[in-house]
Write a protein that binds this ligand. Structure first.
Ligand code: GAL
Length: 364
């Protein structure tokens, strides 16, 4: 559902902070509980805006350490009077539905949702739409949002599949010479399906035998570890590579293959500290670096604009939803040094025995 703009002024999301801030302070604030209804002429116009940020879990470090603080920062830049109400669902879809409905009942001015279970949002979404509260789909897509920002997740899967091929090539292994296993993400997460589809496409195009595939419930590293341990105890051929959909599941895979003393190419995603340390140790071949600040900035500017009753157009559309995608990149041992900066700090990675590995890899 698109909100009828008060003006047809399109806000190019980057660099619109000042415009949005001025707009929000100029009497375009919303009546509480009316979400994005036409503000009446008497509205306070005090920029009194409340935006709910609902994130899925806290095991993957990005949400608490990157998504939340960056979102709050960019909302404050776009509208200093706006308030962010934050909730983390701790991977519990029921709890997140309650958080979503509470925000609707409160009558917040916009909701930014990264769903634990994208198939379970329609009921609360309908209630938000009935109150004309704009909803943004953050990182994980769901139908009916007013705006979506993420990474091109199928393309990330392609990058991960290519990383498997590159890792095999680096060690001189023919990618068709043995089985490859896939440890995918949580089936409730639409991104996991896209990662899986992209990786399968790239691996199958290269003639790879995907001999076994597992969907990791709740992205739980222990679930990944137990599945791989079970597979290795079977009498099947050892894998030449194991695709892991993120660094958390890669950690579970690494624990299993190290216990069984099996040497295999392993991928990941999120450039988490553990993942980057595993890459420097040689246990993991690659991860995917996703710069979170731009994603959070897109969402923050869109939320402030929609809360102010503005129409928001993304750089593209995805399933008929205005969308902005952020680029992602593969990181291997040779390029860890290139992504260390403010989002990822060398002092967090280069601890204990990894310190020497950082020196060798030029990470500082
Ligand atoms: C995905 C997200 C990944 C990773 C994963 C685990 O939806 O795109 O970056 O965080 O969830 O939570």
């Amino acid at each position: 559902m698109r909100h009828k703009p008060k003006s047809h002024r399109k806000l190019a999301l980057f660099g619109a902070s000042v415009a949005i801030g001025a707009l929000a302070l100029s009497g375009c604030g919303n009546q509480k509980g009316q979400g994005n209804a036409e503000a009446d002429s008497g509205s306070s116009g005090d920029g009194d805006v409340t935006i709910a940020l609902l994130l899925p879990e806290s095991k993957t470090t990005r949400y608490e350490s990157l998504d939340k603080p960056n979102f709050e920062k960019y909302v404050a830049e776009a509208n200093p009077d706006a308030k962010v109400e934050y909730r983390n669902a701790n991977q519990d879809a029921t709890q997140q539905q309650q958080q979503f409905e509470a925000a609707v009942t409160e009558g917040v001015d916009a909701i930014v949702l990264d769903p634990v279970d994208a198939s379970a949002v329609s009921s609360a979404l309908s209630k938000a739409q009935a109150k004309k509260i704009p909803v943004i789909s953050y990182d994980r897509f769901f139908e009916g949002a007013d705006y979506y920002t993420s990474f091109d997740n199928k393309k990330i899967g392609n990058l991960q599949g290519q990383a498997v091929l590159d890792g095999l090539e680096d060690e001189g292994t023919d990618p068709t010479s043995g089985p490859v296993w896939m440890v995918n993400g949580d089936p409730k997460d639409p991104n996991a399906a896209d990662f899986k589809a992209g990786a399968e496409e790239t691996l199958e195009d290269a003639g790879v035998d995907i001999a076994a595939s597992h969907d990791t419930l709740d992205w739980n590293p222990d679930d990944a570890r137990q599945w791989v341990e079970g597979q290795l105890q079977g009498d099947g051929e050892e894998p030449i590579a194991i695709y892991a959909a993120n660094d958390g599941t890669a950690g579970g895979v690494i624990a299993a293959v190290n216990k069984a003393k099996v040497d295999t190419v392993i991928t990941g995603q999120d450039a988490e500290v553990d993942g980057l340390q595993n890459i420097l140790k040689g246990d993991q071949y690659a991860t995917i670096y996703k710069s979170i600040p731009p994603q959070a900035e897109f969402a923050a500017n869109a939320a402030v604009a929609l809360a102010a009753g503005e129409d928001v157009d993304g750089g593209t559309t995805y399933k008929d939803t205005p969308t902005d995608f952020v680029e992602a990149e593969v990181v291997t041992k040779d390029t860890v040094k290139d992504i260390v900066g403010d989002q990822i700090k060398a002092e967090d990675i280069c601890t204990g025995s990894v310190k020497e590995l950082c020196d060798d890899a030029g990470v500082k």
